[in-house]
Design a protein around this ligand. Structure first.
Ligand SMILES: [Zn+2]
Ligand SMILES: [Zn+2]
Length: 328
């Protein structure tokens, strides 16, 4: 019955209840008062919200079936791949770079603030490049393909995106003195909040979170980030603290009079796993193949999506600037 065991473990793992289950089995409930105990209670929150969202979708008859189906397939595919590919990127970078850090900041209240600001900077750099360098966009576009927003989008990622993101984020954090234990705490907070900002309208209609919308990055800001509307495209790259979007001029608030259109600008079959997962790689390969010389072929890899060797560029910047010019 090995297969049943595997399925059972996969479900328990997906629900994030492995640690809670271990504590419950010991009958020592005081463990819930420890740091690990609290963390064990936070893990299941997003999976449970995801299931609640799915149930509400069925009740409201807004099931977004296509998106759930493809995101479920992506989750399975990444889980199976993950079994064969063990990427120890984070551990390797910490070991290799920590000796070169000019100073070390650990877990203190000011350390957490400093570490988070640095982490967000690393996140901004990774995310900005993921949108502005065509090759990296191939790794990130899977996350933007869904044409609805709900918590299952959290699982929509190309399998190499995590290693790419963590290489940049970990390098920046370690080189700027964030101690590994602080980095892991931030990764946990950020992972949980980063999942939460994908909450759909079935659970949270207005995602501005009141006054918080002025202070931090809310699910409303991340909905804007997932939109292909000309005003919204390529904005709000941060995750929890949106200081760097404000510093670098990529901040955009949700407008009451603009309906969000989720997805990417290329016409895709968002119900097709192949198109969602590999679609941008296929069109990039075609563009490289059709480009006239070696220079243009290489430029396709590093220029922003929408760049063309013919000069008829349709990059996000051109589209957004043109929209702002005609609408202000
Ligand atoms: Zn993005
Ligand atoms: Zn997202």
């Amino acid at each position: 019955m090995e297969i049943l065991d595997t399925i059972y473990n996969e479900i328990v793992g997906f629900l994030g209840i492995t640690q809670v289950w271990e504590i419950l089995k010991t009958s020592d409930y005081s463990a819930f008062k420890t740091f690990d105990g609290i963390v064990s209670l936070i893990y299941p929150i997003i999976p449970l919200l995801l299931i609640l969202e799915l149930i509400l979708g069925l009740i409201y008859k807004k099931p977004h079936a296509k998106v759930y189906k493809v995101n479920f397939l992506i989750y399975l595919f990444n889980r199976i791949l993950g079994r064969f590919i063990a990427i120890a990127m984070v551990t390797y970078i910490i070991g290799a770079l920590q000796p070169y850090a000019p100073f070390q900041v650990g877990i203190t209240w000011y350390g957490l603030i400093y570490g988070y600001i640095i982490w967000e900077f690393g996140h901004f750099i990774y995310h900005y490049l993921a949108h502005k360098v065509r090759l990296f966009w191939c790794l990130h576009s899977t996350h933007h393909a869904p044409e609805d927003m709900n918590l299952s989008v959290t699982h929509a990622h190309f399998f190499l995106e995590g290693p790419y993101a963590d290489t940049i984020r970990t390098t920046i954090c370690i080189m700027l003195g964030v101690k590994p234990e602080l980095l892991f705490l931030i990764m946990f907070i950020d992972g949980t909040y980063g999942a939460f900002i994908h909450i759909g309208e079935n659970l949270l209609k207005d995602a501005r979170l009141g006054f918080l919308n002025k202070i931090i990055l809310t699910p409303s800001h991340h909905r804007v980030h997932h939109a292909r509307n000309p005003l919204y495209i390529d904005t709000n790259f941060c995750n929890l603290l949106n200081i760097w979007d404000k510093v670098f001029g990529t901040f955009q608030d949700e407008q009451y009079d603009i309906d969000i259109e989720y997805g990417i600008t290329r016409k895709i079959d968002s119900g097709s796993f192949i198109d969602v997962y590999f679609g941008e790689i296929i069109v990039l390969a075609k563009d490289v193949f059709n480009a006239p010389g070696i220079k243009d072929k290489l430029l396709y890899l590093v220029m922003p999506p929408g760049w063309s060797h013919t000069g008829e560029h349709q990059t996000a910047k051109i589209v957004r600037d043109a929209y702002i010019k005609t609408n202000t």
